[in-house]
Write a protein of this length. Structure first.
Length: 210
């Protein structure tokens, strides 16, 4: 069964802003579900999961050139500097292009939305750590593992889902890979990407309700 994102309107607007080369499709419709089937292959994109203005988890695809002068997925407004992922692969080298590394994709997520994504109203959950805390990623036995040089206890569920979904889609086209997060305070049980995750609405206090 296809994994679906419920924030179709936010995603459609975002794709227009990020200019990732996705052609028009009947799949993305205002008010209807959107699927990640419309995205380019992993070899040609980096994708992080941010929060929409209404707190819904949404994917943000960034085009990645696999030839010389490779773009790392940022627009110069983030903390990630120029990289050359796949610079020695692709048509000119005669070898198949490789997708951006999972560690680099996670670092791009933690660096926050780029200028276009900010204009679309996307943001990070405040409890996410700094990009420098990424200690490593690995894939073993069908499960992805992210090690962070920081405690996991402060992370909210939606922050964990930002990490889990970003890693799951970095490791597989359908995002079905279970992900284990490991911090300085131990490991969390494996989680899978919940495309419908949403930041909890703030609870009104007695003074606010009168």
């Amino acid at each position: 069964m296809r994994r679906r994102i419920r924030a179709a309107t936010a995603l459609a607007a975002l794709l227009a802003l990020t200019g990732c080369g996705i052609q028009e499709t009947d799949v993305i419709e205002a008010g209807g579900p959107a699927t990640l089937d419309v995205l380019p292959a992993r070899e040609h994109r980096m994708m992080a999961f941010f929060l929409s203005p209404d707190g819904l988890l949404v994917p943000s695809p960034r085009a990645v050139d696999t030839g010389p002068g490779v773009w790392d997925g940022s627009d110069g407004a983030g903390a990630i500097g120029p990289e050359r992922d796949g610079a020695d692969s692709g048509p000119q080298s005669g070898t198949a292009p490789e997708p951006p590394s999972t560690a680099k994709t996670v670092a791009a997520l933690l660096a926050g939305p780029n200028a276009a994504e900010k204009r679309a109203g996307l943001s990070n959950e405040p409890s996410l750590p700094d990009p420098a805390t990424v200690a490593g990623t690995e894939m073993s036995g069908g499960t992805a593992r992210l090690t962070l040089d920081t405690p996991l206890a402060p992370l909210t569920r939606i922050a964990r889902q930002q990490l889990v979904c970003t890693i799951a889609y970095a490791e597989s086209d359908n995002g079905g890979v279970p992900v284990v997060l490991v911090g300085t305070d131990g490991a969390q049980p494996a989680e899978t990407c919940d495309n419908g995750a949403r930041r909890p609405a703030p609870t009104a206090t007695p003074s606010e309700t009168g």
